[in-house]
Design a protein. Structure first.
Length: 165
């Protein structure tokens, strides 16, 4: 079992033990955008609130920051932060029960591997043409498309159903 799936499985088991309010968003398998997790989750009053409250103060890989701090960190063209922003949202969506395709599952796994291997400073030192930097950017595009509902069931609406399905 890979690093991300192991961590996510343990985290999901812990979440299952929590007493949370039933919410249509989790049942729909849809996902929320990065902006949702950055701005609204803490005020939503539903299962996404509980997911975010559990995740936001956890350390984010080798960044030296928490999940919440990562979303507040400007990317400034650093591929680490570009991917980190999308990965925070994607992991929160995954924990909430959003449906993934094989491509998204692979992107989640590979993103976790890379961000567990490199620091933001190491990526910033990479030339723009480096294969590692290019891979981080490609992974961020896949996760961005998923977080924004361009692939998968779509983003969550107030009624809890995805916009694409």
């Amino acid at each position: 079992m890979n690093l991300f799936r192991s961590a996510a499985a343990g985290w999901l088991i812990a979440m299952a033990g929590m007493s949370v309010m039933a919410d249509a968003h989790a049942d729909a398998g849809c996902q929320f955008t990065q902006g949702y997790w950055q701005n609204r989750a803490q005020n939503a009053g539903d299962l996404s609130t509980d997911v975010w409250l559990e995740l936001r103060y956890q350390p984010f890989y080798l960044s030296g920051l928490t999940y919440q701090q990562v979303l507040q960190e400007p990317s400034r063209g650093n591929a680490y932060w570009i991917l980190a922003h999308q990965l925070v949202a994607a992991q929160a969506n995954y924990a909430l029960g959003a449906q993934t395709s094989l491509a998204v599952a692979d992107a989640l796994t590979r993103s976790s591997q890379l961000l567990g291997q490199y620091t933001p400073d190491q990526i910033a030192a990479q030339p723009k043409s480096s294969s590692v930097r290019q891979e981080l950017i490609a992974l961020s595009r896949t996760l961005d498309d998923w977080n924004n509902g361009l692939i998968g069931p779509g983003t969550c609406t107030d009624g809890g159903s995805g916009t694409n399905g």
